[in-house]
Design a protein around this ligand. Structure first.
Ligand code: IPE
Ligand code: IPE
Ligand code: MG
Length: 256
């Protein structure tokens, strides 16, 4: 009998050259605009265009899941004008982009706490998710009022409400279905633009074994070339999931 049980859950069955799931912190919009002597919100507007291009490029490259951080639980601390601009931009993007997503076979998911959103925004989110639910192409997840700690606490509360008796015996596998991204494999590649090297309370559970890539480019400047650079960096990584290099060449990836 093995002394320790192997943690095969974090080891994907198949690791291809193209990440199945890319998680992105789209950072640097405000500084990008400031550098151009424009108001910060101009950078956010430009950022929506960048997102459209990056999603299209990922789709063409065969990436199945793209998850982007659009608004963190902590971003409510920003000046009220910027917060309401961002809420307006989100609303507007839902109104204009969803029809295109339907045509392009993209499934849209929104994760995060919706309690502080306006009823109109919540309605649009629900309609966008329902309207694209049948699409089987790339899944775009937008994290809005999302925080990794919120996600873990929310999942824990839901698990305990459904199974009050498991409080003393719960496992990682018990919690996983209640996490916001239970429908997707864990991210293979994480990209943060804007020069900061931190997670800022993004998918803290799900990023446990993700390759982390940071670039100084501001999000509005992140383009197809920059994406290909990140992918080529990713392809040079050796993903060991706790094992040693020699095991990888002699064993199938799902054998710990
Ligand atoms: C990221 O860009 C977008 C959001 C957080 C909504 P920032 O607004 O954080 O831009 P910087 O980091 O201030 O340049
Ligand atoms: C993280 O960016 C959140 C989003 C991109 C939505 P921030 O710019 O808010 O992160 P910090 O505050 O610099 O860590
Ligand atoms: Mg920032």
């Amino acid at each position: 009998m093995a002394l320790f049980s192997s943690t095969t859950r974090a080891v994907p069955e198949e690791i291809g050259p193209v990440p199945r799931h890319i998680a992105i912190i789209m950072d640097g919009n405000g500084r990008w605009a400031k550098k151009r002597l424009m108001p910060r919100v101009f950078g956010h507007k430009k950022g929506v265009e960048t997102l459209r291009d990056v999603v299209r490029a990922c789709d063409e490259l065969g990436v199945r899941f793209v998850t982007v951080f659009a608004f963190s639980s902590e971003n409510w601390r920003r000046p009220p004008d910027e917060v309401s601009f961002l809420m307006g931009l989100f609303l507007q993007a839902l109104q204009t982009e969803v029809e295109k997503m339907k045509r392009n076979n993209i499934r849209l998911k929104i994760i995060g706490d919706r309690a502080r959103f306006s009823p109109e925004l919540v309605m649009l989110i629900e309609a966008a998710e329902a309207g694209t639910a049948g699409n089987d192409g790339l899944t775009l997840t937008v994290a809005a009022d999302y925080g990794g700690r919120w996600d873990i606490m929310n999942a824990t509360r839901q698990l305990l409400a459904a199974n009050p008796a498991c409080a003393t015996s719960l496992t990682e596998e018990d919690l996983a279905p209640y996490l916001a991204m239970a429908y997707a494999p864990e991210p293979d590649l994480f990209i943060r633009t804007g020069g900061e090297q931190r997670i800022s309370n993004f998918l803290i559970w799900q990023l446990a074994y993700t390759e982390l890539y940071f670039t100084d480019l501001a999000w509005p400047d992140f383009d197809r070339t920059a994406l290909l650079q990140a992918l080529s960096w990713y392809q040079g990584r050796e993903r060991r999931f706790g094992r040693i290099s020699e095991q990888l060449s002699s064993e199938a990836p799902d054998q710990a």
